[in-house]
Design a protein around this ligand. Structure first.
Ligand code: FES
Length: 73
């Protein structure tokens, strides 16, 4: 692992995707890598989208990550 990977990993841990539930991007990426392929699966595995905003703020970000990570496969 080089420094760029390390930095982005730290950033992923610090960046909250679901603000309501305090779920970091690293957690969302983890469940996608472990096989979640849809927004529903990610939400079920992480609890994202169940906060007071009803997923209004995090859903677009999760969709973006799903797209981004499935492209790399
Ligand atoms: S930010 Fe995810 S439910 Fe509100």
């Amino acid at each position: 692992m080089d420094n760029t990977d390390l930095n982005s990993e730290i950033l992923d841990k610090m960046t909250k995707v679901c603000i309501c539930k305090g779920i970091p991007r690293s957690t969302i990426k983890k469940v996608i890598r472990e096989g979640a392929t849809s927004i529903q699966e990610v939400q079920k595995a992480t609890g994202a989208g169940s906060g007071p905003c009803g997923g209004r703020r995090c859903t677009p970000k999760i969709l973006g990550l799903l797209e981004e990570l499935s492209e790399n496969e």
